[in-house]
Design a protein around this ligand. Sequence first.
Ligand code: ZN
Length: 260
Amino acid sequence: MTDASRAPRMLAAMAHPDDAEILIGGTLFHLKSLGWELGIMTMTSGDCGSQTHSRVEIISIRHAEAEAAAAFLGAWYGCAGLKDIEIFTNVDNLRKVVERMRNFDPDLVITHSPVDYMLDHEETSRLVRGAAFALAIPLYRTHRDEPAAATRATPALYYADPVEGIDPMGERVRPQFYVDISDTMEQKREMLKFHSSQREWLRAHHGIDEYLNRMTEWAEGYGRECGAAYAEGFRQHRGHGYPQEPILQEALKQFLVFSF
Ligand SMILES: [Zn+2]
């Protein structure tokens, strides 16, 4: 249940800078225009995302890109301080993720699909699932010097489509519902452009704007499945202990499509 005394709060908790834009960017702009407070949290600063820069350089570049992209959306941005390729569900990482998530205090969290093309995404999904459960447990401590307070309630948990919509065996992971993002597709593209270190690397490598083109093709593909020009797919975590109310579906009902 959301708290009626404040605007509802949605946190996109993803592995790397640019994942939120690519996977759920259109939906983020819908929520923004509906008055939601938005946050984007990444597990890492994208410290392996360069062929030319040092790790120190690319961390600073990508952190700045992620902050600028979040500012374009009008969202809070936080990084959990994990490392690329080394996102694992362990106690240290869980404490970092819980601390960051408590800082934002979300009513609703969207993370990666439990199955996805790389382990960083799958482990983020697992970490965020565990952290979401722990947020509102006062006796769960993160052992920081000045820890954030436990939240009022466990947030609703949703999963984005995996990258390209498929599991590691190449099978389509069917969403429970689609969000028609035709009206926000241009804003999604503009937001993704803030990640210029990734865009320029792919553009130099392929000779075409592969970064924006691939994201657009995926959104077109999901759109074809549900009869929209562009779409993003979602599933709700419905296990015991997590909110069961269809909060996201109700908020976005004017953009929702269920047919395949
Ligand atoms: Zn990623």
